[in-house]
Design a protein. Sequence first.
Length: 708
Amino acid sequence: MDKSPLPVQNVHRSDKNVAGKEALVKLLRWHFGHADFRGKQLEAIQAVVSGRDCFCLMPTGGGKSICYQIPALAKPGIVLVVSPLIALMENQVIALKEKGIAAEYLSSTQPTHVRNKIHEDLDSGKPSVRLLYVTPELIATKGFMVKLRKLHSRGLLNLIAIDEAHCISSWGHDFRPSYRQLSTLRDSLADVPVLALTATAAPKVQKDVMDSLRLRNPLVLKSSFNRPNIFYEVRYKDILENAYTDLCNLLKSCGNVCAIIYCLERTTCDDLSVHLSSTGISSAAYHAGLNSKLRSTVLDDWLSSKKQVIVATVAFGMGIDKKDVRMVCHFNMPKSMESFYQESGRAGRDQLPSRSVLYYGVEDRKKMEFLLRNSENKKSPSSKKPISDFEQIVKYCEGSGCRRRKILESFGEEQCKKTCDACKHPNQVAHCLEELMTTASRRHNSSRVFITSSNDKNNEGQYSEFWNRNEDGSNSDEEISDSDDGAEAGKSLTGPKLSKKLGIDEKLVLLERAEEKYYESNKQVKKSERNAISEALRESSKKRLLDELTPVLQLLPSVDEIDSQNASEFLENECYRKYSKAGKSFYYSQIASTVRWLGTASRDELMTRLSPVVSLAREEEPSGESMLVTEPAEKIEEEDAKIHTAESRVYEPTQQLVVSPSRSPIMLPQIPSFSEFVNRRKMKHNTSLDNSSEGFDDKKPAKIMKLQ
Ligand SMILES: Nc1ncnc2c1ncn2[C@@H]1O[C@H](COP(=O)(O)OP(=O)(O)OP(=O)(O)O)[C@@H](O)[C@H]1O
Ligand SMILES: [Mg+2]
């Protein structure tokens, strides 16, 4: 049932040719129940109601629809909305009708009698419809254009809104050739204001949209693309035991939340959905391979929360306004940062905390590169754009820096907008810091020298570590906090901005000093609880090490003397002893690097590092205190002082270790880069498969894969 309309004269103050804020807010409250406008909504509405073109760039879920829905209620006449998807039009029309707003859409999928009724209404001279949704294909037809001109000549066409306007640009991620034809609108309906709306921020796309639509002196409104309520995370398939299991556990750990999982291929959607369902997660696949009836049933079930998880190809989601999507997972890589932003942006439209989880796999990357290269060759051999777009998302996954910053930077958005010296004069600040470091380290008495970096482009990966996995048993997002002391120190110590003039030895000395200073200064500071390493975290770390070690021990020959339980406890204890004082982030990092090392270590390397456990096993009867018992931090402090220098060095791969049967200095291996790690792990896996199929000879020396 239609709500009684608010008097239009209150809204449109023709004297100033600007719609009054109060009246517009009234409309918003009356029809939509929102307390006030968000972001740039009001400015956009006021512009178009006063007859001005407007280009409106708002993040996904930012509330772009209101920018043309309110104008439709503010003036008599019609607002024409061009939308790329029938499902999207249908959804919006249903939602508007539920609010009592006269909206319709025209599409070939509707029965003839419904279409005829809408046309009759349009021809009536006093149409009741306020919002008319159409596809770009319909606009391109002669008959419909004639109808629009007629409406216009009767003063009934108030506004043309082009939703998802990036579809007009071949630079955009969802290019629709039919959108190109919208440029003719300006010729035929010269003085009707045009509102272009998009969440695609790439500057090239913006310009292309404005040029193609021939916007005249448009009001350009751009909101920040930051989605503060979304927590971004990347998980690495190649270091997961089983990505399906990991995803199941992740979904279960989040409770019965509404989620979208994007896959590259239809078969993956089907397989994954079956797998999730078999573990008790209510899910359904959605892709173009299903018939339309099944697709709409799946969509309805998901929209009405009958199904919790929808496993879909990227064909799903554009413009779907489900507010409570708590998680969007990319089980395969998206093809660009733009696609990723749009797709992950479907989480948390209600502004409540939500998650984006991207599962990165080297195989997926190769596959996508292959597909993009192929499509590139077909289009124009000179264009390298899809690949360069894809590289951005690869960097997002492989880089160790802030994920959010990478997203925003790829859209040309600076978070700080040069309001600090580090962003405004990065070279100057870097130079000062280098000077400071050199001077302070020469004097030996600086209280705190951290080597900081405001960007992670230099030497990326050399000291990198994955900071993004939540290893704590508590599963709390808070555990990975930017303000975490350990993380701060970690960034400082592992930051790559060491002077290029310094040799590796000098750099190591500086790193050691910075680390010592960090420990020193932290002795006085009472460690906050947030930075403490909890028992739950320790237990989950032990388990992680055990999970990695068990299959390794099964694959390697002659390692019977290593007990996986004892060994994982030993390794965890080693990490704890080293980093308990530095904080949780250091500890995380060390556990993660140990796990990676386990994936690549040869038998000899393993035996050497685990020699204390092996020797204990040999003695059969461990006398007195077990070395595996967690030692109090004070005692460890003394021990650490003795072994500190040795531990904090990065060892050259050729270095030989002298191992005493009892406790020996623990020499950690060099941390391989991510790609090295994955390649070596694969090589190792293949080798072991070969060996097992040929019947492995126990006496053969284990193949040692040297670190690069
Ligand atoms: N002023 C407002 N106050 C509160 N909620 C609002 C306001 N404006 C819009 N919303 C809500 O925000 C959600 C997203 O709105 P909308 O679908 O228009 O976003 P969008 O910008 O079009 O996103 P997308 O790019 O994904 O299409 C909707 O649920 C809508 O009801
Ligand atoms: Mg929208």
